[in-house]
Design a binder for this molecule. Sequence first.
Ligand code: APR
Length: 230
Amino acid sequence: MEQNINPATYREIVFFTGAGMSAESGVPTYRGKGGIWGSYSIDEYACQEAFDRNPEKVLGFHEKRRKSVLDCQPHEGHSVVAVLPNAKVVTQNIDGMHQRAGSKDVIELHGSLWRLRCQSCGFRKEDLAESYETTRCDCGDRLRPDIIWFGDMLDAVVMSKASQAIRNCDLFVSIGTSGTVWPAAGFPDLAKQSGAYCIEINPEPSGASEYDRVIVGNAGEVLPELFSES
Ligand code: APR
């Protein structure tokens, strides 16, 4: 590759990832060819109103996603990110792939497929099984997937942790996001304004002007090469 990155020359690296990061593992992206929102309507599966109308249908959709994600494995790109001691991951992904690859410092902006949350008392429950153990809280109300659906507010604490990590980093690597969903879409600009060197890795780059370097390619191929020592 034209110019490899030596991670030791950076104080703190933030990998900002979207669905494209997991594409080579077999997890479908949301938009574009084969995208989830091409087959499933957001109004029926990915908003609070849908859950209120038909919780079983929405839970069934998320159970199906859990099962399909468990059939997928993290790829080499996830491993490259996971072994860097000075790296944080800020991800829009809910699939838990970074953690399965061994990343310890993962900020999940849009929640997780592997957690449920009580709508009434706010209790959060980790549930890593293919099928939900229970979808009832001890308080009696329903548990819903602890995911940021369309129309939901992002968790303020998570958002603040993510912004802080991005403000502090000196290398920002955006991977596999269309950059269409806010507020995450504003992170490349925040990184640039904060003085980080900004790289985008995507087979179909976003066209955003913040990036100092754009690498056209797939995460699983580009990352191992970009961070290799030779
Ligand atoms: N490597 C890198 N990037 C890839 C790869 C790959 N192998 N394959 C596809 N991509 C890129 C696509 O070109 C596209 O730019 O990944 C991006 C996926 O875009 P989206 O499907 O829009 O996913 P994302 O940006 O993560 O969506 C943001 O939208 O629906 C919500 O909450 C959901 O977190 C999600 C958010």
